[in-house]
Design a protein around this ligand. Structure first.
Ligand SMILES: NC(=O)C1=CN([C@@H]2O[C@H](COP(=O)(O)OP(=O)(O)OC[C@H]3O[C@@H](n4cnc5c(N)ncnc54)[C@H](O)[C@@H]3O)[C@@H](O)[C@H]2O)[C@@H](O)CC1
Ligand SMILES: Nc1ncnc2c1ncn2[C@@H]1O[C@H](COP(=O)(O)OP(=O)(O)OP(=O)(O)O)[C@@H](O)[C@H]1O
Ligand SMILES: [Mg+2]
Length: 347
């Protein structure tokens, strides 16, 4: 990867918090061994710090009671799904439901809709994304949505991308939290102003998407080996939108604080795991923002949500891999969302 080297790169001032979410894993080596391994490259942090951060993630999870009405725990929209890609929006939408959202909507192209519907009767599917009235069609649903996940399986057709521009503008105008992934990030790399400074946005690039965004947005060179600083710089350059760089370790930043998730996952790199993460994040962002400052104790709600979604995705991978080994696919991981969630956040 071409490195952009950071002349005058300054780490000072950035509050860096490394979270060892592996400490949560109920499988695996003893806690002290896990701690030593995960912190070997970084400044040590106390177990109390880590436990406090994890407790904040647990704090944002709404209680299950008999007093709620349908929709209260999350109505999530996924914008994506086209001729080539029907799996990605399905993975994101079903993951949102499995994490605990009440309703999951998919806004996709006309021909992708029957395919996505056929995967699950639990999804609400709108075949509007390639229609001339796409922006208006989605806009009518925005007041009923708690978060929008833009990009899984969107593709790069210019007509669709133009419609998504309008959907992003309409969502920002309504203050709807937005998670941008996959081809949504392709659009942002072409037009960073679409998301610049929007504090309710989270970007979830994989390796290639991160490089593309950095090349598009950063003027100065960054040391490519320093992931934490690279993520912090990209977030800052985008006006402090939260950035989650997925990889061997997930690194996330709001331009100020940096969190890292090294929770044990799996060695399978099958497609769709990022889609699971983005759908889960849609719900957790809603919960984190809804929880209020007394629950998040001054921490960034979006960073806590990101940490929760990364830990959960990796825990799903870990559990699925234990059962299925090399044949593990994202469908196997989705089957683990419930048990993984309980292990991480409810025990
Ligand atoms: N079943 C489905 O429908 C799926 C559809 N997907 C969709 O496919 C579209 C394209 O997504 P892609 O993620 O392929 O993005 P790109 O089309 O930008 O491709 C990224 C490329 O980078 C490579 N790459 C990934 N990680 C790398 C690393 N660490 N080092 C070097 N190279 C690396 C990949 O092999 C891929 O060829 C999106 O719309 C996405 O949502 C994916 O989400 C996978 C599942
Ligand atoms: N080398 C790795 N080791 C362990 N976990 C990884 C590794 N790379 C990615 N992951 C995990 O896999 C999940 C998805 O990340 P990935 O980089 O595969 O996203 P993606 O390419 O967007 O996926 P998708 O195929 O859904 O588009 C994240 O939870 C991340 O933590
Ligand atoms: Mg992806």
């Amino acid at each position: 990867m071409a490195t952009r080297a950071g002349a005058g790169t300054v780490v000072a001032g950035a509050a860096v918090v490394a979270l060892l979410s592996a400490a949560l894993a109920l499988y695996g080596p003893p806690l002290d061994a896990v701690l030593r391994r995960a912190f070997s490259l970084h400044k040590p942090h106390s177990i109390t710090d880590m436990e406090n951060t994890l407790q904040l993630v647990r704090n944002i999870i709404p209680p299950l009671t008999t007093k709620k009405h349908k929709g209260q725990d999350g109505r999530i929209g996924i914008v994506g799904g086209c001729q080539e890609y029907t799996g990605a929006p399905y993975f994101a939408a079903i993951s949102a439901l499995k994490v605990g959202a009440d309703l999951s909507h998919v806004f996709c192209t006309r021909e992708a809709a029957p395919v996505i519907k056929s995967y699950s009767p639990e999804l609400i599917v709108h075949p509007v994304l390639d229609s001339p009235s796409a922006v208006r069609d989605v806009e009518t649903w925005l007041p009923r949505l708690h978060a929008l996940v833009v990009g899984p399986g969107l593709g790069r057709d210019n007509v669709l991308l133009e419609n998504v521009k309008g959907i992003l503008e309409a969502s920002k105008a309504r203050d709807v939290p937005i998670i941008i992934d996959a081809d949504g990030l392709w659009l942002i790399a072409q037009h960073p102003a679409l998301i610049h400074g929007y504090r309710k946005a989270v970007l979830t690039p994989n390796h290639g998407e991160f490089t593309r965004l950095s090349d598009a947005v950063l003027r100065d060179l960054v040391d490519g080996s320093d992931h934490r600083e690279a993520v912090r710089r990209l977030s800052q350059a985008l006006g402090n939108v939260t950035v989650v760089r997925k990889g061997e370790r997930d690194v996330m930043s709001d331009g100020e604080h940096v969190l890292e998730c090294a929770h044990e996952g799996s060695s399978r790199r099958c497609g769709g795991q990022g889609d699971l993460l983005s759908g889960a994040l849609g719900v957790l962002v809603h919960w984190a923002l809804h929880a209020g400052p007394e629950k998040t104790n001054g921490s960034s709600p979006l960073l806590l949500a990101a940490l929760g979604a990364c830990s959960l995705t990796r825990q799903c991978g870990h559990q699925a891999f234990q059962k299925h080994g090399r044949s593990t696919t994202t469908t196997d991981m989705i089957a683990e969302v419930g048990p993984a969630f309980r292990r991480l956040f409810e025990t």
